[in-house]
Design a protein around this ligand. Structure first.
Ligand code: GUN
Length: 293
């Protein structure tokens, strides 16, 4: 069994990006610039955004954090998005989700210029991805594909079972796994809350991507010997022994599943660290401007 080290892989990718940025700036070109809009003071969102800003520093990017209190109006938010869309010095930006209930997340997402949508959430990017056109791929699916690639995991002709059909993980990772590409070329089954025979389908899988947000859902009796298991779960479960008061739990019963696998990602330290890397990759692509001509 090989443990897939997302932390080390993410560090290596960030070092490659930093090198490229160093070469850009040495040629007199402007460094990539990522802006992030953060509304309110949700603990999870604060941490994610702080980590994104930190990753920008590591990569040699400029970053801007634009904060609003949670009573910000949708109109104020839209005006900021329009300003960032028009700012030639901002290559890409994100609006950290979730947003307060009085703001329409879909409307906000669609207000972002697809050429600056480094989260890859705009329907234009989602649509381009689904038909195999150059686009900003969303962070988690793209990070998963990078792990499969960097660990030299053969995907062609394999049966991949995706657990979960969310718009940000399940659906897009299924799309990428079935894409005519390397990694890709899988036969993909997507399971969700209405799938009656999940265990039976999982037992046929060469690759399982667990992204349903149910701690320890995937148990050893559901996994074929030699399978590749990618755990996307990050549920916070209370843990009094931790300073933070919680620990992250994956969707895989790691202790019992790991010995059966050829490759497996841990939680934390697997898919998680890769997601910010994908954002950095997209911001560099946005700066270079060659996705959309
Ligand atoms: N909230 C949780 N994950 C994400 C993400 O990838 N991007 C944004 N903008 N918000 C999130």
């Amino acid at each position: 069994m090989t443990l897939i080290d997302g932390k080390a892989t993410a560090a290596a990718i960030k070092a490659e990006i930093a090198q490229e940025v160093k070469e850009m700036t040495a040629r007199g070109e402007r460094a990539p610039h990522l802006a992030a809009i953060l509304v309110g003071h949700d603990g999870g969102s604060e941490t994610y955004v702080a980590n994104k800003v930190k990753a920008c520093e590591v990569c040699g990017f400029r970053s801007s954090l634009i904060r609003f209190e949670s009573d910000v109006t949708e109109q104020e938010l839209m005006q900021t998005i329009e300003r960032l869309n028009a700012d030639p010095e901002v290559d890409g930006f994100i609006v950290q989700l979730p947003l307060p209930r009085h703001i329409d997340e879909q409307k906000v997402t669609e207000a972002i210029d697809p050429r600056k949508d480094v989260d890859g959430f705009h329907p234009v990017n989602v649509g381009r991805m689904s038909i195999g056109l150059p686009c900003f791929k969303s962070a988690t699916p793209s990070g998963i594909m990078d792990l499969l690639d960097r660990y030299g995991i053969e995907t062609r002709g394999k049966h991949a079972v995706v657990l979960g059909r969310s718009n940000i993980v399940g659906k897009p990772v299924a799309t990428l796994l079935m894409q005519k590409a390397q990694p890709g070329d899988c036969t993909v089954t997507v399971c969700h809350s209405r799938t009656p025979n999940i265990k039976e389908l999982c037992l046929q899988a060469d690759i399982i991507v667990a992204a349903l947000g149910k701690p320890a859902f995937l148990t050893a009796d559901m996994v074929k010997p030699g399978a590749v298991v990618i755990d996307v779960g990050t549920t916070r479960v209370p843990d009094a022994s931790r300073k933070s008061g919680f620990r992250l739990s994956g969707d895989v019963d790691f202790e019992n599943v790991a010995p059966k696998c050829s490759f497996i990602t841990p939680v934390p330290g697997g898919v998680g660290p890769m997601t910010i890397c994908s954002l950095m990759k997209n911001t560099l692509l946005a700066r270079k401007g060659d996705l959309y001509k």
